[in-house]
Each structure stands twice: as C-alpha cells, then as structure tokens.
Design a protein around this ligand. Structure first.
Ligand SMILES: [Zn+2]
Length: 121
C-alpha cells in the first residue's frame, strides 16, 4: 500500500516548493497599524484641533530589543503588506512541514509496532 507515506511525501514536496518560491521574495516580520498624529507644523490645524490630526499607516516591529515604527508612504504600503504576508506564509509552511514530519514519525512507529506483532510466535 504505502499510500499514507506517499501522501506525506507529496505534501512535503509541495511545501518545499513553496518555501523555495518564498526565498526570492522580500520578507518582513511585523505589523502595519494606523496611527493618528500631529505633523509638527505650528500653523497646521492639527496643532490645536485633535480631530484635525493626520492619520497614517505605520510599520512596527520589535527588533534588537526595541520597537521600530516607520511611517509608510501610501506608495510603499503594498510592498510592505506583501512582505508581511510572505512572513505569515512562511509560518504556514513551517507548520505544514512540522505536521508532515509528525505524521511520518507516527506512521513509522505504527509500522514498527505492526512488524513486532508479526514477529511474535
Ligand atoms: Zn498637521
């Protein structure tokens, strides 16, 4: 039979292909958050009126022991979103590969038990 083994191999192969494809893409851990802020110009309405504050997208990540926050220009947002999505996809692949190895180890243990039973008189 061996169909479970083949199924695991097929899944593993597929995940490794995805992993290889991901290795060519920009990858970023972190998140994109919307923040409201004052722009700092004294003559701007935002200096006095809280409702006139500017909203913008920020990329934040905790790296090397501190939190980095970078304001994102609208034109940079899609590529940062894509890099964050690639990072999340990487974790899906890692979880999928972990599940494959787990299934394989369990299947091998089952087969060992089965052959031990067969050897018994
Ligand atoms: Zn302002």
């Amino acid at each position: 039979m061996g169909s479970e083994r083949e199924d695991i191999q097929r899944r593993r192969r597929h995940l490794h292909e995805e992993l290889r494809a991901l290795s060519f893409e920009p990858l970023m851990r972190g998140s994109i958050v919307e923040r409201v802020r004052k722009c700092g110009r004294a003559n701007c309405a935002c200096a006095r009126d809280p409702s006139a504050r500017h909203s913008g997208q920020f990329f934040t990540v905790h790296l090397d022991g501190r939190t980095h926050a970078l304001h994102l220009r609208p034109e940079d947002e899609p590529r940062v979103r894509q890099a964050v999505a690639a990072y999340l996809h990487l974790w899906e692949i890692i979880n999928g590969l972990t599940a494959c190895e787990l299934s394989d180890l369990r299947r091998e243990a089952r087969e060992r038990r089965r052959s031990r039973r067969r050897r018994r008189p």
